[in-house]
Design a protein around this ligand. Sequence first.
Ligand code: AMP
Ligand code: MG
Length: 352
Amino acid sequence: MNTVDTRWEKISKEHTDKDIIKEAGDIIKNGGLVAFPTETVYGLGGDALNPESSRKIYEAKGRPSDNPLIVHIADLKDLYKIVSYIPESALILAKHFWPGPLTMIFSKSDAVPYETTGGLDTVAVRFPSDKTAQGLIKAAGGFVAAPSANASGRPSPTSAKHVYEDLQGRIEMLLDGGSCEIGLESTIVDMTEEIPVILRPGYITEEMLEEVLHRVEVDRTILSNLSKAAPKAPGMKYRHYAPKGELVIVSGESPGVTAYVNERIKEGVSAGRRVGVIATDETIGLYDDCLKKSVGRREDEAAVARRLYEILREFDEEGAEEIYSEAFDYGGMGQAIMNRLLKAAGHHVIKV
Ligand code: AMP
Ligand code: MG
């Protein structure tokens, strides 16, 4: 593909630079691509209503074109233009969680091209809370299709540096708003079903959704490897978030896990391999010398979420060939953390 000069522009969170945002919006209006920060991860934005822009997004990411994009809006009124029906429950969720890290799936209106939805009659929509993201969406005309701004298959980017590593020369502009607050992609809920279904867990947890809707279901593929079950969303069938080294999750009681991993470290290091470990503040001192990293305190799920993708990328930079990770609890945001770890590990789990 043709390469372009990628302009890297720092954006202050306190006082948004209106000129830069306007320029970025014009790039998208003219069919170009701009990466931008959101509260979840960085997005790779193009005009959601322009089929050519969506084609460019897939090309820039190297993403299969049947893996649908999320359309970002910055005004609830705009939702009515891109969907054909809004159930009452969606308005309740919007009232509680928008703007914020929640994506809802609706039947699409004719305004949304199939290029954006990966050929589906449904469209995924999110209203982000990040002010830079909101400014850009408005400047771009109101509808920005944006998958995560990583090369397909790599961990999602949580800083501008990560975006640049993957997409330099493939996008016209990169808006650098620093590190993302949440660090994991949005929760996705399918609102086209009678009872809404969580297709991808995230910062907005099952418990939070149930508090306002009473009933939600969780797609059974999110924490298991049911390769034979037809995926609800095309994107769910693809391996994601993977580091280059082989990642294995080791689950069990702490002494057993550290003993098992230390064996693997000894074996790997003596064979000249680079071994990495994903530990927590509580356990990192228990592992023998290797490329070991802490995701933070085990109880601080928000910190673990924020740090996870960055750690996976650091292992790539350091050339880790095999990586062992502790497992995390499934409650609350743990569901999202384990969903991403399991995908990154291709569901390779060892129980000790
Ligand atoms: P990303 O933007 O990289 O976080 O990924 C977007 C994901 O949203 C896709 O991989 C799908 O899993 C999901 N998605 C987007 N649109 C739809 C849709 N219409 N139906 C179901 N899932 C969707
Ligand atoms: Mg992604």
